[in-house]
Design a protein around this ligand. Sequence first.
Ligand code: ADP
Length: 300
Amino acid sequence: MKAIEVKNLSYAYPNGTKALEEVSLEVEEGETVAIVGPNGAGKTTLLLNLTGILKPKKGKIELFGGDITQMSNIDISKNVGIVFQDPDDQLFMPTVFDDVAFGPTNLGYSKEEVKERVKRALTSLSLVGYEEKCPHCLSYGEKKKVSLATVLSMQPKVLLLDEPTANLDPRSRAELIKLIKKLKGEVTIVIATHDVNAIPEIADRVYVLNKKIIAKGRPREIFMNFDLLRKNGLDAPEIMKLFYVLECFGYDCDELPLSIDEAIQELTRVVETRDGHIHLHIHEHTHKNMEKLRKLDHHD
Ligand code: ADP
């Protein structure tokens, strides 16, 4: 079943800024889809339209087959929950418990049910013991997790994550990626992100958005297209670029690895099938192919 179907969605802000033009996309139930694009590409605007916070100026949005404009706010909240990029936009109650309880309380659940949902959300994010803390006194990484808890406690069918790994230190980033991987499959996830290194691990499919939908495909199809990435202010995963450099120097790779795990698989294969020997050399296309990567890296 389609969790989300967007048809020819256009959105302009009251000051006339056209943020989205004729955007169409589909997300199947259970899928994890990444929306990538440069700053100002309309990613946040798209997510806000999917939550009913912004109303489409033109086009249609369906959530599980129902027209979003015909749904009440409570019905929308049961279907989709959004984790904003800035946790200060999400957290406004005096305690973590109150913030995480806010959503399910508004959905009309009993006190007992609310308590149970808060407990479940905090447990899944390793936040037990934080109940009475003041959300604004927490570290950025903790705030980010509490923000996620405020949405998980509503148990939405679709989770919208706006730049979930932005501004996190490496440990908090790794923890958040792990959490997203754990949620993957349990809920449908749409992630707006610049974090290209995280995408191969978490996303089944990618849409490139730059006001319009520029391209869609599996992470591999998108990342192999350096020209597309460069034109849209994007990057490829670092590990993939390293193997691309090796390939330019004659390394024979079936498929460029997109993640560390894939690189380990690839090198294990080399050890098993070629005794670990890699023969590097400069060939006719080495410098020409390297130029493509340089252009992507410098965006010129
Ligand atoms: P992204 O999330 O991809 O960075 P946004 O959806 O935030 O992009 O912004 C898309 C465009 O809409 C940008 O040109 C931005 O300046 C503009 N925009 C965003 N929010 C507002 C607003 N509240 N009022 C007017 N223009 C806005």
